[in-house]
Design a protein around this ligand. Structure first.
Ligand code: SF4
Length: 68
């Protein structure tokens, strides 16, 4: 469980899809904010669900960006 989501605040259009996929990771304020964590596959699925591609995923174990 080493994936970490990063929200591009200028790209987030507040659709809320990420919150539906991963409610333990994201919550909606004016835009989505990261509030917690989840298994890697859930974080990745939430990032993939974002219509604005506003969520990048970093693997903290390697420092590499794994999505997009
Ligand atoms: S799905 Fe993307 S655009 Fe929508 S709230 Fe989440 S980060 Fe923002």
């Amino acid at each position: 469980m080493s994936y970490r989501p990063v929200i591009d605040e200028s790209a987030c259009a507040a659709h809320g899809d990420c919150v539906e996929v991963a409610p333990t990771v994201f919550k909606m304020d004016d835009i989505a904010v990261v509030i917690g964590t989840a298994p890697d596959d859930v974080i990745l699925a939430a990032a993939e669900s974002c219509p604005s591609v506003a969520i990048s995923v970093i693997d903290d174990a390697t420092g590499q960006q794994v999505y997009p």
